[in-house]
Each structure stands twice: as structure tokens, then as C-alpha cells.
Design a protein around this ligand. Structure first.
Ligand code: GLC
Length: 415
């Protein structure tokens, strides 16, 4: 134990390894595989019960365009993202990397090249950290389901998975994130997850590992919701752009720039990261609304990034229709994404607000009577249609407390 701060050396090392990740805040998730050719979600093989004999030929018809991965990396950087995580193998079992343990991999079929090598090179060239998504569940491997009940099958399958994880951690230089996914049908003991992750760390001492090998490891992965982990543990919310991870053009429920900024703010407010997914077309194009939205998010972050990247001090807050807070030390940022006009009222703030101004804009007048704050002098129209951060200085501990009932403490000055 370290007496001064009361944390173990393991925890100290974890915090050291997590430092870049905490500051990164925003990453690009990429789901790309044979399923991208079908365009009906990455679970299509399982959901439609496609027989292997019909699915496997997709390995030969997949011909991604050279250079496309570099375009995603460029887009990620311009969007203000600081890392990428790409599927090296999804549940379908097809490996985007060169594996000596199976022929069912990109260099030996249609793509004709190691897509993971290309990805790593592209991310590094754009100054982004590199994460590998790897599905432990495997619908293609003959022992992928049998391993649950047959010990010999389990032995073979676990050796296969560990062997591939070793390949990934050996053949691509320094990696930043190991992002496991679905660990059906075994438990941590069956997978020998502790041994596997010890191997990962021996090959990649600085790597951070997610919580999906059935061990908590370095960070939590709330999926399709933004919920901070308890006790200050690091977390990263992974979110889709529409409602599918793999390329699914029939799923048209795309998030807008406004939506992405709201998610990003919510992650920052809870001290976590946002891993936002794109599902490129089989050729490697980014589906049309995503590119435009990410460019706009990047422009916004270029102007207002300070109110997001580092503004991750925790603050208790309540919902308001006009926006929400992030905090950095003695500054609060109210991210106003539904503009109320010339006056903005915020209820329940338990701290004294000393000053307020629109970031990069004018000072606002501040009136605060008990827990009702009213800012005046806002322009009638929002200076930014997506989100306008309003910076406030304050004394005291900022907390926002609103009950469902209308309760005023002491005398009601308005009555
Ligand atoms: C789920 C899905 C999977 C997706 C993943 C991303 O576990 O099974 O398709 O890759 O979430 O977090």
C-alpha cells in the first residue's frame, strides 16, 4: 500500500496507464466485417440463421477499397477524436488480421491484405491511439459452442482465442486498448481470462483492457447508455450512430450533430469517454450522414473543446430542458442546446454564481435569488444552433438539487 494516498501499487499503475485515456474523451469505434456486405446488422448470421455454407463465400466477395481506413482516421482526427477501436474479429469469426491459426482471415481471402495492419498504420499516421476490438464468442470456429460442454473442445478453443490475442499483441507494435467483446459461452475460469490478460500485459505493459473478458480490468463499457461507473472507476460509453454497429443502410435513425454533442457532454459530465461507432460500407465508405456530422462535431470542438475534454470534474446535477453542466475546477459550463431566448433560468443550483459569459462571447447579467439563477442579455437567437457553452465562475460547492415537488426553503420572495 502507498500510505500517502492509500492505493495499491496495482491501482497506481492502472491510473498511470489510464491517464491518456481519461484525457482523450472521444474515440471512433469501427465495426467492419463480412456482415457489412449484407447490410442487415452485424448479427445477421445469427439472427437470420444463415448456414455457414452460405455465409463463408462472403469472405471471397469482400473487396474493400485500398486507402479507405486512412480516410476514417483522418475523419476521426478532424472530429476531435483521439483514438480508434476497430473490430479485428467480430462474432462471425472472420479475422481482419493475418492469423496463422485460421485461413478464415482477410489476407487469405477477398481483401487480400492485412486490414488490421493498415488500420494501425492509419491511426498512428493521424496521431491517434490504437484499440483492438476482439470478440471472444466465435460462430465460425467448430468448438465455439461445443466448448461449453466438451472439455477437449474447450481446451482447443481457448488455445485458439489466446493464440489469436497473442498474435494481435505481438504483430502490430504498441497497442493502447484491448477491447474484448461477448464472452459467451464460458465464464472467466473457462476462458482462463486472468492468464490471457496477464499475457496481454506482459506483451503490452502500457495497454488498458476493458471489462468484457469477465474480469473488471481497467474500465467499464456501458453500451447504448451513458452511465458513470461507481467509485471513480474509469468508463467509456459505446454508442451507435444509428441503431446498428455494422453497416445497415435500412436503419435510418441517424444521430445528428446535436445528438452527438449532447452525448459527449453527458460523458464529460460523468468523467467518462464516448466511443462513437461508424459502420463503413463493404467498400470502406463512411455512411453519408456520419461524415458530415463528425466534421461538424470537430468544428464545434475546435471552438469549444475546453468545455469538454478537461471539464470532467464531477458535479451532481438534475435534468433541465435547456441543457446541462460540465465542470472544471472553479468553472462551470452550462451547455445550452435548446436556446431559450434572451433569458436563461436555472433552478436548484447550490453555489453562488459570480459571473457568467457565453464562451467567446459577451458577459451576461447574473441574478440569483436563493436557488434560482437568471442570466440576462443573451442574444435572441442561439450563436450556435447545436450547443452554446456558457461559462460561470462561482464560490461554494456546485450542486444542483431539484425535487419533484415545488419546495422553497424559508420565505418565498416571490409571494
Ligand atoms: C454487443 C453486440 C455487438 C457489438 C457490441 C459493441 O455486444 O453483440 O454486435 O459489437 O455490442 O459494444
Amino acid at each position: 500500500m502507498n500510505d500517502q494516498v492509500g492505493i495499491t501499487p496495482e491501482e497506481e499503475d492502472r491510473q498511470r496507464r489510464l491517464a491518456w485515456f481519461r484525457a482523450a474523451r472521444f474515440g471512433m469505434f469501427i465495426h467492419w466485417g463480412l456482415y457489412s456486405q449484407l447490410g442487415r446488422h452485424e448479427w445477421v448470421m445469427n439472427r437470420e440463421r444463415i448456414p455457414l455454407s452460405e455465409y463463408e463465400p462472403l469472405a471471397d466477395t469482400w473487396k474493400p477499397r485500398p486507402g479507405c481506413i486512412r480516410e476514417w482516421a483522418r475523419l476521426a482526427r478532424r472530429a476531435g477524436m483521439r483514438y480508434m477501436v476497430m473490430t479485428t474479429k467480430h462474432h462471425e469469426g472472420f479475422c481482419l488480421f493475418n492469423s496463422s491459426l485460421t485461413d478464415y482471415c482477410a489476407p487469405k481471402h477477398g481483401p487480400g491484405r492485412d486490414l488490421v495492419a493498415e488500420y494501425v498504420e492509419a491511426a498512428r499516421a493521424e496521431g491517434l491511439r490504437v484499440g483492438f476490438y476482439y470478440s471472444m464468442m466465435d460462430w465460425h470456429h467448430p468448438d465455439g459452442a461445443a466448448c461449453k460442454t466438451d472439455e477437449a473442445a474447450r481446451r482447443r478453443f481457448v488455445d485458439y482465442i489466446h493464440g489469436q490475442v497473442r498474435e494481435l499483441c505481438t504483430n502490430y507494435g504498441k497497442l493502447d486498448i484491448m477491447w474484448y467483446d461477448v464472452s459467451w459461452p464460458l465464464d472467466a475460469e473457462g476462458w482462463e481470462s486472468a492468464r490471457m490478460n496477464a499475457m496481454v500485459r506482459s506483451l503490452q505493459p502500457d495497454i488498458i483492457i476493458n471489462n468484457r473478458s469477465q474480469l473488471p480490468e481497467d474500465f467499464g463499457t456501458p453500451e447504448q447508455h451513458i452511465t458513470p461507473e461507481k467509485g471513480g472507476r474509469m468508463w467509456e460509453a459505446c454508442m451507435t450512430f444509428n441503431e446498428s454497429w455494422g453497416y445497415t443502410p435500412i436503419d435510418r435513425k441517424w444521430k445528428t450533430t446535436w445528438d452527438v454533442l449532447a452525448m459527449l457532454r453527458q460523458c464529460a459530465a460523468g468523467g467518462g469517454n464516448l466511443l462513437l461507432n461508424i459502420g463503413p460500407t463493404p467498400a470502406g465508405d463512411v455512411p453519408s450522414p456520419c461524415g458530415q456530422v463528425l466534421e461538424e462535431v470537430g468544428e464545434w470542438l475546435g471552438k469549444y473543446g475546453d468545455t469538454i475534454y478537461d471539464a470532467t470534474d464531477p458535479m451532481q446535477q438534475e435534468w433541465l430542458i435547456t441543457g446541462a453542466f460540465t465542470r472544471k475546477g472553479d468553472k462551470l459550463y452550462f451547455h445550452c442546446n435548446r436556446w431559450p431566448g434572451t433569458e436563461l433560468a436555472i433552478g436548484g443550483l447550490v453555489c453562488k454564481v459570480l459571473s457568467a459569459r457565453i464562451v467567446g462571447g459577451p458577459e451576461l447579467s447574473v441574478e440569483q435569488v436563493r436557488d434560482r439563477l437568471v442570466l440576462r442579455g443573451l442574444p435572441a437567437e442561439a450563436p450556435d444552433a447545436n450547443c452554446v457553452p456558457i461559462e460561470m465562475t462561482f464560490t461554494g460547492e456546485p450542486r444542483q438539487v431539484l425535487g419533484a415537488g415545488y419546495v422553497l426553503i424559508g420565505d418565498d420572495p416571490w409571494r
